[in-house]
Structures are given as structure tokens and as C-alpha cells.
Design a protein around this ligand. Sequence first.
Ligand code: FE2
Ligand code: FE2
Length: 334
Amino acid sequence: MIAKIQTRNLKVGMYVIIPATWLNHPFATGSFEIKSKDQIQKIIQSGFDEVRIDTEKEVAVIEPKPADQGNNKVSSEPAWQPGKLVPPALFEAIHDKRLTPEKKADVVYQSSVELMGKLLDDPKAENIMEAKQGISEIVDMVFSQDDTSHYLLRITSHDYYTYTHSVNVGILGIMLAKQLFRKSSSHNMHELGAGFFLHDLGKIRIDPAIINKSGRLTDEEMEEMKKHPNFSYKILKETNQLSEECGIIAMQHHEREDGSGYPRGLKGDQIHTYGRVCCIADVYDALTAERSYKAKLSSFEALKLMKEKMLNHFQKDIFEKFVLLFIEPGIKGL
Ligand SMILES: [Fe+2]
Ligand SMILES: [Fe+2]
């Protein structure tokens, strides 16, 4: 079990996890067994008031007397276990106050791509559950660290693989939801974030030859492709990870305001705000992504195209809020 502990309560024999990259502490690695009191001093001197410990890796030096347990002040908050699917670097970077926002955004982005890669390779229930915990950390970071999330937004749009696309839409979706719902507490932002990241999960059940095809899909291939929202919904349901938010986003992210979308051809208010948000993030990312058969558009070109040629696909007010994301201070060179 991973638990929080005040550094002054650390003891020799504990297995410590320092929430920072190696640049910010004097040890070769950020997680290790404490062998001496000197190491505890060094952790404290490096400026850490609180760290994590892995209680399963503790060695016998610690005598768990009842009195000691009280002093250790191990937090009873649910254990968050990085490492299996969620790269520890994601957690470390998010909580490292000394990283620059730019560097932090870079590590968070790369770790998120790694996370989505592993998840899409093996989307079993426990992996989806763990991914959701990692995504919750990202959602909290986007809401609490404006600087970093602005940089995060700048990094999106690189190569077009389903997992980089998932991360891009995840980040864009959370940013837009933050813009729309910042004054409201009636939205479950963690589940919403999970929905954006997992919206295309169903693509793993579509023939890779169709997913990776360079160029236009035939009518038959398109019919196959149109099944992926249903598959996303089904996988989430089968793995007991289907929240209301995730379900709406999975099913509605290809619906269009004018009824030209799929799978159900919903129109206007028949489409939930969550579906409308994901649709905008999804189209923007597809336009700004580099693919073998098309050049990528710049942010400006993509937003211009969406406004001039595709506006009837989107809910206008939400699209306007989306554009605002890119012209707020902190985003330069777009
Ligand atoms: Fe999709
Ligand atoms: Fe998508």
C-alpha cells in the first residue's frame, strides 16, 4: 500500500517514494529503502515535508508498535499506486513544486501517452480503473495549475496514433470543460476527464487496417468505423467502468449539431453538452494532427476551418469558448 507520511516521521527501513524527479533530490533514484538516518536528513534538507512510502516493501527494521503507528500519521486517504500502468513520473511531476510549468507539462504529456498506450494494449477492468486514477490526477492538475495546463495545451497535436489522440482529446476536453463549468460544482470532473481520455477505446475492436488506412475509407469501411462509439460504451460497461459521463461521451462524440453525425444522427439539444465538448476537441485534434496522407494544420488554420466550414457541426457557444482557450494569455505562437 502506498501511503503519505510526513518526512519527520520517516524511519530507517521504510521504502520511500520522493514526489520529484532526480533533478530535485540528491539520490540516484526517487524510490528506495531508507538505510540510514542520514538519508532521512537529506530528504528533509531537500525541502520535502511529505513523501510517500510503500508499506509492502518495508523491511523488518521498523517495529510497528501501536504508539509508533499513531506518530507516523500515515494518511488514510485511498492509496494511489503508480507504477503498473500509470508511470510514476506522472505523479512525481504533477506534485513537484520545483519543476517549471513547461517541463512539468512535458513530463505529464509523455507519461499520459505512455499510460494510454499501455491501456489500449490491454483494456481490462483493473487497467481502466487505474488509468482513471491517473486521469483524475491530471484533471486536478488542470484545475489547480493554470500555468502547466496552458503548456499542456500547447503540446497537444503531434503524431496521430489512437493513444496520442486520446491524450490530446483528453486534455482539450478537460480544458474546455474547465472553461465551461468553472463556476459550477454539479459536474463530476474526474469522470468527465476519464470520458474524454477513453472516448475512442472502442477502436481496439475495429480492424487495424481500417484504423491505420491512409486516405479515404470506402463506404463499407466507414460503416465498420461507425461502430466504435458503441464498442467504447460496451467495453466500459463490460469492465464496470461505465459512468454516466463516460457513457455519454463514448456514444455522442461523433454526433453533429446538424444531425449529420453517427451512430444515431442526433441533432441540436438531443446531444448532451459533454458529447458536444468532446466532438469539438476530437475534430480539432484530427485537423491539427500529422498523418501520412495529410499535412497538419496550425491551430489557427484549424480553428478558422472549423468556424468557416464546419460551424453547423458544433454548438456555437461551446465552440466560441473553445476558441477562447487559445487566445488567453500564456498561449503564444498559435
Ligand atoms: Fe471516435
Ligand atoms: Fe476520437
